[in-house]
Write a protein that binds this ligand. Structure first.
Ligand SMILES: [Zn+2]
Ligand SMILES: [Zn+2]
Length: 292
């Protein structure tokens, strides 16, 4: 059966797509780069990809059945919405992919909003450059949290096994695409933005400026940001003039080497980025009085 084949080949399917998309993007970045890198590839890639491989190994060790295994169990037990209410397979698969993407978007907003979770997520944002390897660079604790949220979503939703593997391959591929340091004509970018998050769209989210970093949370479908008011077209200083990363963390030894990345969440005080540390400034007060 189709499901059995997917369950038996989940790891090679995902690895195949990962290396395939990585290769295509890497070539594209060499041929048509968007920005000049501040740190050469040879010094960044072993660390960024090292973190990716560490995470892959850790996930296989902790959750050998993976997300598809949870979906198969839910189907056997009749757990979750789509296992209770039978819809045509294509409809439930498409709906499941869209709903899972929405959950990932909500999770991404949450890790920016909750100060302790931002500590984990800032490992992704602390990269001083922005390229295909940034897209796979997350702290192991965030990866584990993310997997547990995915398991809970699958248990509630009961998506078809094929939808889960499709979603994971799609999310992985689009995340590598939209973190690409690649040039697309503005006309192509504008059209593509209605279907998928583009590199120029997600790069805004990697700005060092707070208001820009709190925009464009989507990794795959671009609709959630437009629908919920977090969409921003371009950074204030433009795609080439913007600063990538986090203002307070700019030492390459700390933010672009594997040991530094692993301890980054445990470093430093709570900063003004956290939502419960932001203050209303005097001039905002006067401005609102004048406006009101
Ligand atoms: Zn983020
Ligand atoms: Zn990102």
């Amino acid at each position: 059966m189709w499901d059995q084949w997917i369950l038996g080949h989940e790891a090679p399917i995902r690895l195949g797509f990962f290396f395939g998309v990585l290769t295509v993007m890497a070539i594209w970045e060499v041929i048509a780069p968007r920005r000049a890198l501040t740190i050469p590839r040879v010094r960044r890639w072993p660390h960024n990809l090292g973190l990716t491989f560490l995470n892959t190994f850790l996930l296989r060790l902790l959750f050998p059945a993976a997300a598809v295994g949870v979906a198969a169990t839910a189907a056997q037990q009749g757990w979750g919405l789509f296992n209770v209410y039978a819809l045509p397979p294509l409809v439930s698969a498409l709906a499941a992919v869209v709903i899972m993407d929405f959950v990932i978007w909500l999770q991404h907003v949450m890790v920016h909003a909750v100060p302790a979770l931002w500590r984990l997520h800032r490992v992704h944002h602390a990269d001083l450059d922005y390229d295909v390897t940034t897209g796979a660079r997350f702290h192991p604790l965030e990866i584990i949290l993310s997997m547990l949220i995915k398991f809970a979503t699958i248990l509630l939703l009961g998506p078809p096994v094929v939808a889960v593997v499709l979603f994971e391959v799609l999310l992985n591929a689009t995340a590598m695409f939209n973190h690409g340091n690649v040039r697309l004509s503005s006309a192509v970018d504008r059209v593509l933005r209605w279907l998928v998050v583009t590199p120029d769209m997600h790069r805004v989210h990697h700005s060092a400026e707070d208001d820009e970093a709190n925009s464009n949370f989507g990794f795959n479908l671009p609709w959630w940001d437009r629908l919920f008011g977090t969409y921003r077209d371009q950074p204030r200083h433009g795609q080439l003039g913007m600063t990538i990363g986090i203002h307070k963390y700019r030492d390459p030894a700390r933010v672009n080497r594997l040991p530094g990345m692993l301890i980054l969440p445990f470093r430093g005080e709570i900063t003004g980025y956290a939502i419960n540390r932001r203050q209303w400034r005097e001039q905002d007060e006067t401005a609102s009085h004048e406006a009101g």
